[in-house]
Design a binder for this molecule. Structure first.
Ligand code: 3H9
Length: 655
């Protein structure tokens, strides 16, 4: 074997007449300019060298290719362009086999689709997730994938950005075989046995025939989920187009659409979100800190929140000990978690073996002493300071000295809870959002005395739970609820100033929120905020603007959706404007002598955005949030802020 190098990131070795070309561009072998140049060089060499009968293309490390280099978007394009590299691969006169050793995403899968044969390792993951970045595939994905998998499957994968396993890719016809242990050797053998005179060029295949209904269903399913975003609809259009135009026409239209979307505000926002998520996991000062080892997780309280946390922990592979106050409650907790597992099986997210495995790792008991085995205990009990401090004092005496104690409080001061223990440095906040097994956001609260390795452990745990952890300092409501309170306050001011709740909701929904604020308040219930306002009444600055309307709603027994009435009325469960509320609002305005003014949708959005950003700036200057992009992620993943707008801090910066 002799080694050849075509660029910093592309090397090759000749093995028995086959040139093995390796893409080595850590961390994910993205298709940077250097990779594209090197690939062109390698194919040039292979074309001329008569000793080379075929090519195997693979990736170094654990990825095949993670996609086009997203960092290059927004910069002037550099030749050779990816579509040209891909055209060169597909047209190549000698067999080209992709040995897909790991992720093949976006441009990475497009490279593989242009190869004449595709072999995958069992752990490989394949997909065209471009819509998640606000774009469509730009190097042939929308035209080649349907030629292998059919239009409906291609719509499903591309318009949803759905990533599939090697096994599913084989079923769909996207790969030709899966190689359990000897991928490279199998790929070389495959290249050697492939007839160079009859290469299967994906772009030349005709689209498999399939039922129109299946295609329509795939399209409507994808569009229903895509809310206000543009890319999924464009993806559907382009895949459908593959059936009616030539490859070159389809590629030209795909490229035009890709460039238009790439340069859009939506794509800039979603790229911001992508990099924000990668930055969020990095916490200054923790780089060299080793996390503690966690195998057994105790969860005190197995109600709605605790059972969701338990399921996340079981999904993360941990052993779980749930603790309840008595045997009856423990049985209920066990049933609740079993119910969540059943639901996961019914929806196809979990198979029977996975369910069995999770149940085997779960105990729910009324004996708190069993927590002496736990490496971390997460409490999910009633959000009351006395209840939580007493619980932490008990836990402090039960668990090992090196075990971590985590509180799931939303509004209480975790420093006070920590101070009730002998070892406050082992206390951290884990603020889950409900339903805890579904919601991705997890605020990890770095308390005044939390030890660095405790914080590092919480971050590792959060990732294994499948969560997006965002570190917050201690403040009432942490990052999310503080911004949400500012948003709520401003929305209420606007109602007093003249906007109706339904106008405000409609403006926010048009902006991309799944629900406007007043619909959300009604859904969550109005009584908790009411109780908090009553608690704060004694210390409130009398000069501070105060909107009385929500108090009056509660006094009238209007606690939101669950009582059938709140900011809206819900006859038959349907949200409707209630003249009684309109009258209450008018009275409150008149009492303050406010002459109602009208608001445009744009004014409503601007005022609410400004309120969120002002609060966000305060959180940054107080050191509660480490970066503006963390605030964006909290609002997107916990409060319905549209990802396609990049979060409040990003959106305000673009205005
Ligand atoms: C595309 O391909 C367009 C084409 O159709 C058309 C072109 C003409 N570029 O996520 P991780 C970095 S669009 C640049 O923590 P993991 C990432 O920023 C693309 N950088 O690792 C991070 O850097 P840092 C379609 C990238 O193991 C580091 O790699 N492809 C790219 O959990 C590690 O990332 C996608 O949308 C990239 N493409 O997951 C796939 N990808 O260490 C996007 C990653 O400095 N990527 N980085 O923070 C992913 O989904 C995951 O990163 C992946 C690895 C699954 C690959």
């Amino acid at each position: 074997m002799s080694a050849l190098r075509f660029s910093d990131t592309i090397s090759a070795a000749l093995a028995d007449g086959t040139l093995i070309v390796t893409i080595d561009n850590a961390p994910v072998n993205a298709l940077s300019a250097d990779v594209r140049t090197g690939l062109m060089g390698a194919f040039e060499h292979a074309e001329k060298d008569g000793n080379i009968a075929g090519i195997v293309l693979t990736g170094a490390g654990s990825s095949f290719v993670g996609g086009a280099d997203i960092k290059e978007f927004g910069k002037p394009p550099v030749e050779p362009h990816l579509p040209d590299v891909i055209a060169r691969i597909e047209a190549f006169a000698k067999p080209v086999v992709a040995a897909i050793n790991g992720v093949a995403l976006g441009g990475g899968l497009e490279v593989a689709l242009a190869c004449h044969r595709r072999l995958a390792a069992p752990a490989a993951k394949l997909g065209l997730p471009e819509v998640k970045l606000g774009i469509v595939p730009g190097a042939g994905g929308t035209q080649r994938l349907p030629r292998l998998a059919g239009i409906a499957a291609a719509i499903d994968m591309i318009a949803n950005g759905r990533i599939v396993s090697a096994a599913e890719a084989l079923k769909l016809g996207v790969v030709d075989s899966v190689s359990p242990d000897t991928l490279l050797a199998d790929a070389i053998a495959d290249a050697k046995s492939t007839n160079a005179a009859a290469l299967r060029r994906t772009g030349h295949l005709s689209i498999p025939a399939e039922a129109v209904e299946a295609i329509d269903k795939a399209a409507s399913d994808a569009l229903r989920k895509s809310r206000a975003q543009h890319a999924p609809a464009e993806a559907v259009r382009l895949v459908r187009l593959a059936a009616s135009v030539s490859l070159s026409e389809g590629l030209a239209e795909e490229r035009r659409t890709f460039i238009e979307l790439r340069d859009s505000e939506e794509a800039a926002a979603l790229r911001h979100v992508f990099f924000a998520e990668r930055a969020a996991g990095k916490v200054e000062g923790l780089e060299a800190v080793a996390p503690r080892k966690i195998e057994i997780i105790g969860i005190v309280g197995t109600g709605l929140m605790g059972s969701g946390i338990a399921l996340s922990a079981l999904n993360g592979g941990y052993r779980v000990i749930g603790v309840e106050q008595n045997a009856e409650a423990a049985q209920k907790g066990r049933d609740r978690i079993a119910g969540l597992l059943d639901k996961a099986v019914q929806s196809g997210r979990l198979d029977a073996a996975g369910r069995e495995d999770r149940s085997g790792r779960l105990t729910v008991t009324a004996d708190m002493e069993q927590l002496e085995q736990a490496d971390i205990v997460i409490e999910a009990v009633f959000d009351d300071l006395t209840v939580k401090t007493e619980l932490f004092q008990r836990l402090d005496a039960i668990v090992r000295a090196d075990a971590i104690l985590a509180t799931n409080t939303s509004y209480l001061d975790p420093d006070v809870i920590a101070a009730a223990t002998r070892l406050p440095e082992r206390v951290v906040g884990l603020h889950f959002f409900s339903p805890a097994n579904i919601m991705r956001l997890l605020e990890v609260v770095n308390c005044r005395k939390t030890a660095p390795d405790v914080l590092a452990t919480a971050l590792v745990l959060a990732k294994r739970f499948g969560k997006l952890p965002i570190v917050s300092g201690v403040t009432e409501g942490f990052i999310g609820n503080r911004i949400f309170s500012a948003y709520r306050r401003e929305a209420e001011y606007m109602v007093e100033d003249g906007a109706s709740p339904q106008e405000i909701d409609a403006a926010l929904e048009a902006y991309g929120f799944p629900m406007g604020p007043f619909a959300v308040f009604d859904m969550a219930g109005l009584e908790i905020a009411w109780a908090r306002r009553k608690r704060q009444a004694a210390t409130r600055d009398p000069a501070e603007r105060y909107v009385i309307i929500p108090d009056r709603l509660c006094e009238a027994g209007r606690f939101g959706q669950k009582t059938g009435r709140g900011w809206y009325a819900y006859p038959d469960g349907k949200r409707t404007v209630d003249p009684e509320v309109t009258a209450m609002i008018e009275t409150a305005r008149a009492e303050k002598g406010i002459v109602p003014k009208s608001f445009t949708k744009e004014e409503i959005v601007s005022r609410l955005l400004k309120a969120m950003v002002d609060e966000g700036d305060a959180l940054l200057s107080e050191g509660i949030a480490a970066r503006a992009s963390d605030i964006d992620l909290v609002m997107i993943n916990g409060y319905g802020f549209p990802a396609s707008k990049g979060g409040p801090m990003f959106a305000a910066g673009r205005r």
